[in-house]
Design a protein around this ligand. Structure first.
Ligand SMILES: *Cc1c(COP(=O)(O)O)cnc(C)c1O
Length: 344
């Protein structure tokens, strides 16, 4: 091997390989991705939410990404990445670390394009999630006490096998694919004023910034939990340092290390970045279940909570909240409903 499979110096505290092109994707790349994504995935509904619209005296729409296969938006990025994979990787396969929606996205896309997929998860990973990835045909490797241990193991395995390591944010094709959700909004609701977007690695927020942000001048507002503010801190303090506090129950937005590629775009791409509390997240999950009979992940509830906190500030506006994912496990849902004060 000529070093192509050895990690290179990274602009952030994550691992990148020489095949990781860190050129920021553009709106044009999202438009190109759309042609690919629409051949494999349905367009998702954009539905006016009566209860939130009444509560906020605004036009509030839900972008129903939970209706995609795998139940989360990330599969858009997986499809675009795998569709454009170098032929050398089609046989060697893809390898990534995630016990959540990123893993399912890559597993789904790998199956769609006949590319082998290996996913690293912590030893104690949720058995339902492991089963879901195996059902999609992925090899699941359980290793180590936590996500970082699993990831380090997977990075070594990538080198050994010459497999394509899929980063969860520093991947232009992934970002362009995720952005197709925003293009669907551009078509259907060109008068949107604001999107509240949960931020984990920042791929989803990048997607909306490149579409509704660039094309419609809508304000894209990023949201994280105050119990895990790594990307918030990166944005407000202009740093890519890892953050030690990551205590949120919402695993979709539980980030420790900010990513260079997404943060580079979000610096100008976000109009604002806000934090919500863990109690707000709980109430958001409970509210959407009680009022809308929708199952949303805690990550998605950050955006619902940020809209509710904005209150009068957004009265009269047209607002979109992506229902980013529905893969909340049963115990967590039960606990959130039990502990929530909603309806008060
Ligand atoms: C990954 C994820 C997020 C956060 O998206 P990023 O692109 O990582 O910022 C939000 N909600 C759900 C359900 C997710 O799976």
């Amino acid at each position: 091997m000529d070093g192509r499979y050895e990690p290179v110096e990274s602009p952030d505290e994550t691992t990148v390989f020489p095949y990781h092109d860190l050129t920021p994707p553009t709106t044009a790349d999202v438009v190109r991705a759309r042609r690919v994504v629409r051949q494999h995935l349905p367009t998702t509904p954009l539905v006016r939410c009566e209860t939130l619209s009444a509560e906020l005296d605004a036009e509030v729409y839900l972008k129903r990404e939970d209706t995609l296969p795998t139940g989360a938006f990330k599969v858009r990025g997986g499809v675009n990445l795998v569709a454009s994979l170098d032929s050398e990787f089609r046989e060697r396969g893809l390898i990534t670390a995630s016990s959540g929606n990123h893993g399912q996205s890559i597993a789904w896309a790998g199956r769609e394009f006949g590319v082998p997929v290996t996913i690293g998860v912590p030893a104690e990973a949720n058995s339902g999630k492991v089963a879901a990835m195996e059902r999609l045909g992925a090899e699941v490797i359980q290793h180590g006490p936590d996500y970082d241990a699993a990831r380090e193991h997977i990075e070594e395995l990538a080198i050994e096998r010459g497999a394509r390591y899929v980063h969860s944010g520093n991947e232009p094709k992934l970002l362009a694919g995720v952005g197709t959700a925003g293009l669907e909004i551009v078509d259907e609701l060109p008068d949107v004023d604001r999107v509240f977007c949960p931020v984990g690695g920042g791929t989803s927020a990048v997607g909306y910034a490149l579409t509704v942000g660039e094309l419609l001048e809508a304000d894209v507002v990023g949201v994280q939990s105050e119990a895990a503010p790594a990307m918030y801190r990166a944005w407000t303090e202009d740093t890519l340092e890892a953050h030690d506090r990551m205590e949120t129950t919402a695993e979709g937005v539980a980030t420790r290390v900010p990513f260079a590629l997404t943060m580079g775009i979000l610096r100008d791409g976000l109009a604002d970045f806000r934090l919500v509390s863990e109690a707000d997240i709980r109430d958001g999950v409970a509210r959407m279940f009680c009022d809308e009979r929708l199952l949303i992940e805690g990550a998605c509830a950050t955006a619902v909570a940020a809209a509710l906190r904005a209150g009068d500030e957004i009265a009269g506006e047209t607002v979109v909240i992506p229902v980013s994912g529905r893969n909340i496990d049963r115990e967590k849902l039960a606990r959130m409903l039990e502990e929530s004060d909603y309806p008060a």
